[in-house]
Design a protein around this ligand. Structure first.
Ligand code: PEP
Ligand code: MG
Length: 609
């Protein structure tokens, strides 16, 4: 199914496109490549190919007369790398602390390692192969040897060595002046797979669009792109092998297209869409100041998802009714250590105070899965099935010291505004009861310390595992609200790995199984007067919003930038029509047809011109 999840969708008349992409790097004819539309919008600019996770190394023989130059090139790369690491070290020392900065001393030492450097030169002199190949070969041997050592400290050095080696190779290949966190200029970022920790550092001032070979609409990198309101297209298979840094491209996040070397007429066509988009955007912002009330007078709660304390500014600028999902794991992922109770308390407090009197739903740590904590391999060993592995509440219940630090911090923050606490990845009532026992211990500890907190703090669960959805009636007595995490719920219900591009097209939010589950969760929640929200990506999509509201969902929580579009939709429909849409959808069997109905509902009410 091709989705045009667009509030401003304008069908573009396209010629035939080539698929799979069949071109040589450097080819300048226009090529249209179809992927999966993941974040709306259109961008035009030059490409930056991000190959951080796995560099593609050229392999060739160096002619004897050029060998001195080759060694000089290696020396230069080592010097530049040393300068870069020293700079990062100083920044970290200034912004985080000396302890965290000390890790870079180990990196600097790697660059002075006689054995590593000497062996690379000897290998080069013996083989005559280019220095990247020799350095890669020698450093990989060292990484392998370190990672097999019994001693934990030395094993961790393998990670340092890998990091530094990667940096040296990037410098040799001339790729370092452009990094994901500091793009040299405005660029369309094209990568194979961009991990959550990488995407969290994405240069938000210069990224024009995001394109990935793999991934799906709920990959974290896409969530970041949506929050930045830049287009994203995923599932491009091998695009990174076909484009070069500096190539010109259009990214069409409505129809999931990347157009390389666009012709004049293509540029003209897309320019017109951009113009319309600007006008429409202004209209959306205008309507965003109005309340989220349907034409038949039903008020809908529209909240924001955030990952960092700084995101609150955006939530407020887009007039969110509160924070419906605060993904706290990014506080952990951006740190070299587990944040202390006090550090967390101060961060949460700043968010809560900034939003007060509006509510903030703080989700406890959802680490693991696609969000591993860097440098903590002993706590997060590699797993075959990370999405179904040791993550979120499972991790917290086994590491109660870490969990309790967070729970106490959240409780303390609740004294400063309206906080709701939410557990991720709850699979059933027993797990919820276990988490609540730990929470009760934290309350008692704070009481004993005389520390104030909101003793009426509401506790809710994310419904994102099918077993939780199926047992919503058993969970409801022990919590105050449900928030449906459709990103995960859909992947588990339909057995579609949410970051696997091969099956991204099968990730269908309008599958009848999903609609039935949602209806059941709403029914069970409302039976116990719980509020039921959706905080997965579909909540921020104006095509799905009427269906969700029609199914009885009370609140939608989304990337702040999508609030105007969803509010516009809410203000353009009646709740009676949304309910009729949901009832009709529940009687249908084809996900594509249900999607078609939602799309038609949307198009009948929202006009771009
Ligand atoms: C979800 O699963 O829908 C969700 C909101 O959580 P995350 O995307 O952080 O897994
Ligand atoms: Mg989830």
């Amino acid at each position: 199914m091709r989705r045009t999840l667009s509030l401003y969708a304008e069908r573009v008349t396209r010629g035939a496109w080539l698929q799979p992409i069949d071109m040589e790097p450097g080819d300048k004819t226009e090529i249209v490549v179809q992927g999966v539309a993941a974040s709306q919008g259109i961008a035009y600019g030059q490409v930056f190919v991000y190959l951080q996770s796995e560099l593609e190394l050229p392999a060739y023989q160096v002619e004897p007369e050029k060998r001195i130059d080759e060694v000089a090139r290696f020396d230069r790369a080592l010097v530049v790398t040393r300068q870069q690491i020293s700079k990062i070290k100083n920044e970290v020392e200034k912004n985080i602390g000396p302890e965290e900065a000390a890790i870079f001393d180990a990196h600097l030492m790697v660059l002075e390692d006689e054995a590593l450097i000497g062996e690379t030169i000897r290998e080069f002199e013996a083989s005559g192969r280019n220095i990247e190949t020799c350095f890669h070969q020698v450093s990989s041997r060292y990484v392998q040897a370190f990672s097999e050592i019994d001693d934990e400290y030395l094993r961790e050095r393998a990670g340092d060595l890998r990091d530094v080696a990667q940096r040296v190779l990037q410098n040799l290949l001339g790729q370092a002046e452009n990094s994901l966190s500091r793009l040299a200029d405005q660029r369309i970022v094209v990568g194979r797979d961009i991990t959550p920790s990488e995407s969290a550092t994405l240069d938000r001032t210069a990224a024009l669009a995001l394109v990935m070979d793999s991934g799906s609409r709920t990959s974290h990198a896409v969530i970041v792109a949506r929050s930045m309101k830049i287009p994203a297209v995923v599932g491009m298979r091998n695009l990174t092998e076909r484009v070069r840094n500096g190539d010109w491209a259009i990214v069409d996040g409505y129809d999931g297209l990347v157009i390389l070397n666009p012709s004049e007429s293509t540029l003209f066509r897309y320019g017109k869409i951009q113009e319309q988009k600007k006008t429409f955007e202004a209209r959306l912002m205008e309507s965003n100041r109005q309340p989220a009330v349907t034409l038949d007078g039903v008020t809908v709660s529209l909240m924001a998802n955030i990952e960092k304390a700084e995101d609150v500014a955006k939530a407020k600028a887009y007039v969110a009714d509160g924070i419906g999902l605060y993904r706290t794991e990014f506080l952990y992922m951006s740190s070299a250590h587990f944040p202390t109770e006090q550090e967390q308390y101060l961060t949460y407090k700043s968010v809560v105070e900034a939003m007060a009197p509006l509510p903030v739903v703080i989700r406890t740590l959802d680490i693991g899965g696609d969000k591993p904590m860097a440098g903590k391999t002993e706590l997060f060993p590699k797993e075959n099935n990370p999405f179904m592995g040791f993550r979120a509440i499972r991790f917290c219940l086994e590491h109660q010291d870490i969990f309790k630090d967070q729970l106490r911090a959240i409780l303390r923050a609740s004294h400063h505004g309206k906080v709701r606490l939410m557990y991720p990845m709850i699979s059933g009532a027993e797990e919820l009861a276990r988490a609540n026992v730990v929470l009760a211990e934290c309350r008692a500890e704070l009481q004993a310390r005389g520390v104030p907190f909101d003793d009426k703090l509401e506790v809710g669960v994310m419904i994102e595992i099918p077993s939780a959805a199926a047992t919503a009636d058993l969970l409801a007595p022990d919590c105050a609200f449900f928030s449906v995490g459709t990103n995960d719920l859909i992947q588990y219900m339909l057995a579609i790995d949410r970051v696997n591009d091969r099956i991204a097209h099968l990730y269908e939010p309008t599958h009848p199984a999903i609609l039935r589950m949602l209806r059941q969760v709403v029914t069970e929640g409302h039976r116990r007067t719980l509020s039921v929200s959706v905080c997965g990506e579909i909540a921020g999509d104006p095509i799905f919003a009427p269906l969700l509201l029609g199914l009885g969902i009370d609140c939608l929580s989304m990337s702040p930038a999508w609030l105007p579009a969803v509010k516009y939709m809410v203000r353009s429909m009646t709740m009676a029509d949304a309910r009729a849409l949901a009832a009709e959808a529940l009687s249908m069997s084809s996900p594509k047809e249900i999607y078609g109905r939602c799309d038609a509902f949307f198009r009948a009410r929202v006009r771009m011109e």
